[in-house]
Design a protein around this ligand. Structure first.
Ligand SMILES: [Ca+2]
Length: 502
C-alpha cells in the first residue's frame, strides 16, 4: 500500500496531472468536513537556517519550532538566486531566474513575462481569497494581479532610539542638500546596522504586520484563503525591540571558523558585501572589528527571535479561530546569509551559506508530523507543492516539482541536484558573468560563464562531505578533471536532468 501510494504521488507530481481536491494520504478532519485547505504563507526576509528546529543550539525560535513539530523541516532547500527580488520572483512564479529574466532589484517580471500566472494569482483564479501583507514581492515591485484586495504595507519608523531618529533626519537633510532625492533607492541613507531600543513589538514593521494579520484572519476566516504575510527582519538593519536582544548573552556567539576566500577560488566567487558597508559606522573596506562582529551576530539572532514571536501571535490566532485543522502553514526565508564565513557578510554569492534557505511546512493531518527531510529541494518546488496540496491546478511551465511525496516519506529518493545562480560584474554595457551553481548530495559545483562572448569559464568545486565550510576549491587541481567534467555535464543537463527517476 505504502509503495503504491508513493508511486502514485510521484507520477502525479511528474505528470502535473489533475490534482485531487484533498489527496487521501494527507486527508484530515478538515477533508471529512468538506472544507478546503487554506494556505498561510510566511515570507521572512534574509532568514537563514539559524533556527532552533534546524539544530542551531543558540537560536531562540519557539514558534518556528512549533510549525516544525506539526510538519516537515527541509534541511537542504536552496533558493534559485541569493538576493531578494530574483529569489522571490522565482518562488512566486515557479520559474527559474533564466526564465523570469529577473536578476536584479529593479526589473519587474510583468515587463519580462507579462502573462505569467503567479502562485497567489492561481489560487485567486480558483476560488481563493488571495491577500498579501508587507514584503512578499520585493519592495516597490508588487503585483496587483496576484491579490484579491490591494496589498498592504506597514508604515512604521526604522529606528526606536531618539539619537538614531535624529541621525536619520540629519542624513536625509544632507542628501537633499546635495540635490539628491533621498527616497530613491541609490540615494537612501542608511543608519546604524543594529539597534536595541526598548519599544513594544508593534512600534516596528513586523509587529504592526502581525497586528494587521490577526485582524485579516478574523475577516477572511469563512472563505478559502491564500494569505501571505511578509516579515522584514532579520534583514538589515538588525533593529529589534530590546527584549529580543535580552534573550541572548553576547558571549554565546562564536565567530565564523573559516574567514578567508576558499583556496584557489576565482575572485568572481566573492562579494564585497557593499550592502552592509552602506550602513552608518561600518568600514568601507576591510573587516569588521570584533565588537562590530559580535553586535552583528547578536542582532541577527535578536531580529530572528523578534520575527519568530510575530509568527507565534498569528499561529495563536489561527488556532483560536479554529482554522488550524484546514490551513497549511509554510514558512521560508528568501535566501541564506553570510555571518562572517569566508570573511563575508550579507548574501549575493553562490556559496552554501547564501543559497541554503530555511523551508518549513505543516499540512493538517500529515502523518509525518515533526519530520526532517534531508533531500535536495528548491524554492521553485513550493508553488507546485501548494497547488497540489490544495487541489488547485498547476500553472503552465512550472520549473519545480511538488515535494508532497517527501512530506509523505521524507527518506524517499529525490532530486540529484539543486540549482542556484548569481550574476557578477557587468553593468554599463558590460555583460559580465553568470555563475551557475549546483548542489549535489556531496558536492557544490559552480561554473562562471561569460554572459555574452565565448571567453574563459571559471570553476569551483567543493567536497561538502569533507569540506563543509568550502575552504578549498578542488576544481583547480588536475586530479579532479574527470569529476569536473562529469559535474559540468550534469550542470548542462540542468534541472530536468536532476529530477527523480520515475
Ligand atoms: Ca532577502
Amino acid at each position: 500500500m505504502a509503495q503504491l501510494s508513493r508511486r502514485y504521488f510521484l507520477e502525479m507530481a511528474l505528470s502535473g496531472a489533475a490534482m485531487s481536491a484533498m489527496p487521501a494520504a494527507l486527508s484530515s478532519a478538515a477533508a471529512a468536513a468538506g472544507k478546503k485547505m487554506n494556505v498561510l504563507f510566511f515570507a521572512v526576509d534574509d532568514l537563514k537556517p539559524n533556527i532552533g528546529c534546524f539544530g542551531d543550539p543558540i537560536a531562540r525560535t519557539p514558534n518556528l519550532d512549533r510549525i516544525a513539530a506539526k510538519g516537515t523541516i527541509f534541511t537542504r532547500c536552496y533558493c534559485q538566486q541569493a538576493v531578494c527580488s530574483p529569489s522571490r520572483t522565482s518562488l512566486l512564479t515557479g520559474l527559474r531566474p533564466d526564465s523570469t529574466q529577473v536578476y536584479d532589484l529593479e526589473t519587474h517580471f510583468r515587463d519580462t513575462i507579462p502573462n505569467v500566472v503567479t502562485l497567489p494569482q492561481q489560487f485567486k483564479k480558483h476560488g481563493y481569497h488571495a491577500q498579501g501583507l508587507s514584503k512578499i514581492y520585493h519592495g516597490g515591485l508588487d503585483d496587483k494581479q496576484s491579490w484579491s484586495v490591494p496589498h498592504w504595507q506597514p508604515q512604521t519608523p526604522g529606528y526606536g532610539k531618539p539619537e538614531n531618529l535624529e541621525l536619520m533626519k540629519r542624513l536625509y537633510a544632507e542628501i537633499k542638500k546635495a540635490g539628491k532625492d533621498p527616497k530613491q533607492r541609490q540615494n537612501r541613507p542608511r543608519g546604524p546596522a543594529w539597534e536595541d531600543a526598548d519599544v513594544p513589538d508593534n512600534y516596528f514593521a513586523d509587529g504592526a504586520t502581525a497586528d494587521r494579520a490577526i485582524q485579516v484572519l478574523r475577516e477572511i476566516k469563512d472563505k478559502p484563503f491564500f494569505f501571505a504575510v511578509g516579515f522584514l527582519k532579520p534583514h538589515l538593519p538588525f533593529v529589534a525591540p530590546k527584549k529580543y536582544w535580552d534573550l541572548y548573552d553576547p558571549k554565546v556567539f562564536k565567530f565564523a571558523e573559516y574567514r578567508e576566500a576558499p583556496k584557489d577560488c576565482p575572485p568572481l566567487a566573492m562579494s564585497s558585501w557593499g550592502e552592509l558597508r552602506a550602513y552608518y559606522g561600518i568600514p568601507k573596506q576591510g573587516p569588521l572589528s570584533p565588537e562590530q562582529e559580535r553586535s552583528m551576530l547578536h542582532g541577527y539572532y535578536a531580529a530572528t527571535s523578534y520575527t519568530d514571536a510575530q509568527v507565534g501571535r498569528i499561529l495563536d490566532e489561527l488556532e483560536k479561530l479554529g482554522l488550524a485543522d484546514n490551513t497549511i502553514v509554510v514558512l521560508w526565508g528568501d535566501h541564506g546569509w553570510h555571518l562572517g564565513d569566508h570573511g563575508l557578510w550579507c548574501k549575493h554569492t553562490n556559496f552554501e551559506q547564501a543559497t541554503r534557505s530555511p523551508l518549513l511546512i505543516s499540512v493538517p493531518g500529515q502523518k509525518t508530523a515533526g519530520s526532517r527531510c534531508d533531500r535536495l529541494v528548491e524554492f521553485v518546488d513550493i508553488a507546485p507543492t501548494l497547488m497540489e496540496l490544495c487541489g488547485v491546478p498547476p500553472t503552465e511551465n512550472l520549473e519545480g516539482l511538488s515535494f508532497k511525496p517527501l512530506i509523505e516519506d521524507p527518506n524517499r529518493a529525490w532530486k540529484k541536484a539543486a540549482f542556484s545562480q548569481y550574476p557578477r560584474g557587468g553593468g554599463k554595457g558590460q555583460p559580465g558573468y553568470m555563475g551557475y551553481s549546483m548542489r549535489t548530495d556531496r558536492y557544490r559545483f559552480t561554473e562562471w560563464r561569460p554572459r555574452k562572448d565565448n571567453g574563459e569559464k571559471f570553476h569551483e568545486l567543493y567536497d561538502m562531505e569533507k569540506d563543509p565550510l568550502e575552504t578549498v576549491n578542488l576544481a583547480a587541481s588536475k586530479e579532479n578533471a574527470d569529476l569536473v567534467r562529469q559535474l559540468s555535464a550534469m550542470l548542462d543537463a540542468g534541472w530536468k536532468g536532476a529530477l527523480p527517476p520515475r
